[in-house]
Each structure stands twice: as structure tokens, then as C-alpha cells.
Ligand binder design. Structure first.
Ligand code: TYD
Length: 199
């Protein structure tokens, strides 16, 4: 495989999706997202984030995230990397570690094992954490919140802390970018950080 896989991670309302798209455009990379990125994955996303019907228990949530990821890796990520394309994914394994491992309290090691099974060795070459103030970001959310956005301030504070811990524990793969500033300012910092780490 010759392309590079870059994951953009962060909490809710961090502007992550906009930044991930801009990064993909700048690199001429394939842009994709999780949970989703494939027809099956988008169906799983609806099951995970919908607020109607039977909510998955925490372990079911972790397994459904992993199932969507397995499909995404097999159908989108691996073929693109094999063609030599770079891939930018809006969320990847880091989301499961932060949200299910720490946010839901399932444990980082257990959730990492499930994700490892799902991705079969396809790790991100670089994980960009877009770091914003959690309270501010959650306050920016408006309109109808999905099931995970509704999980509460304490949950989201745990997720934000988990992301910082994950980045600090693995500086070889993670880079933290300050999410404060205008969209263009943040994009410039983010793209510079990626260019430095993946020349
Ligand atoms: P996303 O569409 O990125 O939401 P937003 O743009 O609002 O940040 O992600 C959907 C939700 O799924 C988000 O709340 C995070 C959650 N999620 C997990 O809990 N675990 C995972 O492994 C992934 C990929 C996402």
C-alpha cells in the first residue's frame, strides 16, 4: 500500500468535519467518514445515532462502530491506499477509544482489541486531534442532537480528556492542533502540521 491514511479526531462541534474535508482537498486525498463511508456503514450509523427505537447498550455500540469500521476499511480505505491515493477519514479508531473506551467506560484496551480485529492491521499513519474547549463546543451544538451528542456534559468532558491522553501517550502517531481561530487559520495550522509529519 502506498497511500497514507490520516484520521481527524475531536469532540463534538470542534469543526472537525470541515477541517477534514479541507485537508482532503488540499492533499487531493479521498475524503471519508466514520461511522459510515459505505452503504452498510451509513445504515449502521443510523442505528447508532438515531434517537428512536431500541438504543444499543454500550457493548453493542462498540461492536456496531467496529462493524461499520471493518466495512469501511475493506471497501473504501484499503482499495484507495492500494491505488496510491491518500485517505482522510473524519474519525477512526481514536473515536472508539475515546467515546466507547473512556466515555462509556468499557476500557481502552478492550475497545482497542475490537478495533484491531475490525481493521486487520490498517492503522492511521497520522492522527490529528483538533482540540477545542469542550464546554464551548458543546454549547455551539444546536438543533436536534443525535443520541451520542445527548450523552451529557460529563461524558463529553471524559471524551475530551481521553483524546488528550491518547495523543500524549503516542506522540509518534498523534499531533494536536489548536481548534481555536477562524476556519482558515485552523486549516493552515492543521495542514502545516500534516505536511511536517508526512512530508
Ligand atoms: P460525527 O459525524 O463525526 O459527529 P460530529 O460531526 O457531530 O462530531 O460522529 C458521529 C458520532 O459518533 C459522534 O458523536 C462520535 C461517535 N463515534 C463514536 O462514539 N465512536 C466511534 O468509533 C466513531 C467513529 C464515532
Amino acid at each position: 500500500m502506498t497511500g497514507r491514511l490520516i484520521a481527524v479526531e475531536g469532540g463534538e462541534g470542534s469543526g472537525k468535519t470541515t477541517q477534514a474535508r479541507m485537508l482532503a482537498d488540499a492533499l487531493g486525498a479521498v475524503f471519508t467518514r466514520e461511522p459510515g463511508g459505505t452503504p452498510l456503514g451509513e445504515q449502521i450509523r443510523d442505528l447508532l445515532l438515531g434517537t428512536e427505537g431500541d438504543a444499543p447498550c454500550d457493548r453493542a455500540e462498540a461492536l456496531l462502530m467496529a462493524a461499520a469500521r471493518a466495512q469501511h476499511v475493506d471497501r473504501v480505505v484499503v482499495p484507495a491506499l492500494a491505488r496510491g491515493d491518500d485517505v482522510v477519514t473524519d474519525r477512526y479508531i481514536g473515536s472508539s477509544l475515546a467515546y466507547q473506551g473512556v466515555g462509556r467506560g468499557l476500557g481502552v484496551a478492550a475497545v482497542a482489541a475490537v478495533s484491531e480485529f475490525a481493521v486487520d492491521g490498517v492503522e492511521a499513519d497520522l492522527v490529528v486531534l483538533l482540540d477545542v474547549d469542550t464546554a464551548e463546543a458543546v454549547a455551539r451544538l444546536d438543533g436536534s442532537l443525535d443520541r451520542i451528542e445527548q450523552a451529557g456534559d460529563e461524558f463529553h468532558a471524559r471524551v475530551a480528556a481521553a483524546y488528550r491522553d491518547l495523543a500524549a501517550a503516542d506522540p509518534q502517531h498523534w499531533v494536536v492542533v489548536d481548534g481555536r481561530g477562524t476556519v482558515d487559520e485552523v486549516a493552515q495550522c492543521l495542514q502545516a502540521a500534516v505536511a511536517e509529519r508526512l512530508p
